[in-house]
Design a protein around this ligand. Sequence first.
Ligand SMILES: NC(=O)c1ccc[n+]([C@@H]2O[C@H](COP(=O)([O-])OP(=O)(O)OC[C@H]3O[C@@H](n4cnc5c(N)ncnc54)[C@H](O)[C@@H]3O)[C@@H](O)[C@H]2O)c1
Length: 340
Amino acid sequence: MPKNNCLITGGLGFIGSTLAKQLIKFKDISNCVLVDNFSGYINPLRRSFFDFRQERFNSFSKIKNNKLIIKKCKFERANCADFKSIYNIIEKYKPKYIFHTAAVPVARVQNPNISEFREGSIDTTINLLDCIDLLQKKNKFKLERFLYFSSSMIYGDFKKKKVSEKDETNPKDIYGTMKLAGEIIVKGLSKCNSIPYTIIRPSAVYGPTDMNERVTQYLIMRAIQGEKLVVHGKNEKLDFTFIEDLASGCIKAARSPKGKNETFNITFGKARKILDFAKIISKNFPKSKLEVVERDNTRPKRGTLSTTKARKLLGFKPKIKLEQGTQQYINFYKKFLKNN
Ligand SMILES: NC(=O)c1ccc[n+]([C@@H]2O[C@H](COP(=O)([O-])OP(=O)(O)OC[C@H]3O[C@@H](n4cnc5c(N)ncnc54)[C@H](O)[C@@H]3O)[C@@H](O)[C@H]2O)c1
């Protein structure tokens, strides 16, 4: 069996580390190279509550118990926007697949810093594609697939009950704008330089090890602290996607010839109310009260993403319902708090 390396940018992140845990189980994958600059977005006010980055790193460094991780995971600390580091890492490992997840992953940052978003979605993407092109032209390696992690925020307000990959993209915020710009860069540069790519559009990914203060973690954290669960908009919906489902869909997209040069919504495929999510949490924390306030109109109106294309071309079948996934996420938190 041929042995192949894969490289994951943002490999210590929520999605990157879960991809790694799934990828190392494949017999034809010899090494999973995790490239990360340890910058993971942290709200400084919460820094003392959890040390987010350390926890992520810890979840990987329990290597004593995991022979596959010792054998197959390599760590490289580097900024993906830095040409020399990335060129050297790609030349060293010659990956067959590159999963580009490194970025500031949160749309709601209190004082949006455009350059930080630009670095994650644009500078790192151009740099990676540039290094791949130069190394391919020198016949140093041949890439099978470059996966770019975009977002459902590129659609802006959803105009239909279900948005498909063919629908209009009209981002409403800096994050979505930068993610869409990254998609255009991937398509254009890949076409010029014969780099096979796949674009992934996830939505509201949640589950164990997510600590980026998106709505799911925010509500669980409020419940743990005995605070009110404040939901903006009683009918506000999101296509909540459990992390393991997302990771398996992305791996299918990378490994299938039908995923080549395509864009996929990889989500659960059925939006649920944020209020439903809050109700599931409050069952576990009966003391926490629910409060519904006005929707935040600066946020796009979202809902279901159609997964028909991923189901038909890739055989993608998400399995974990919101009730099950939320329970796993809450259990992770309870265990984490007990041990820290
Ligand atoms: N989690 C979601 O709900 C969601 C939804 C849609 C899209 N996405 C996209 O998926 C990707 C991964 O998201 P996540 O939730 O795993 O985020 P995350 O913050 O958990 O992981 C990102 C990782 O990238 C690293 N990183 C950031 N900039 C870097 C750089 N310049 N060089 C090297 N490493 C860098 C960080 O240290 C972090 O470990 C992001 O591109 C995000 O925009 C996530």
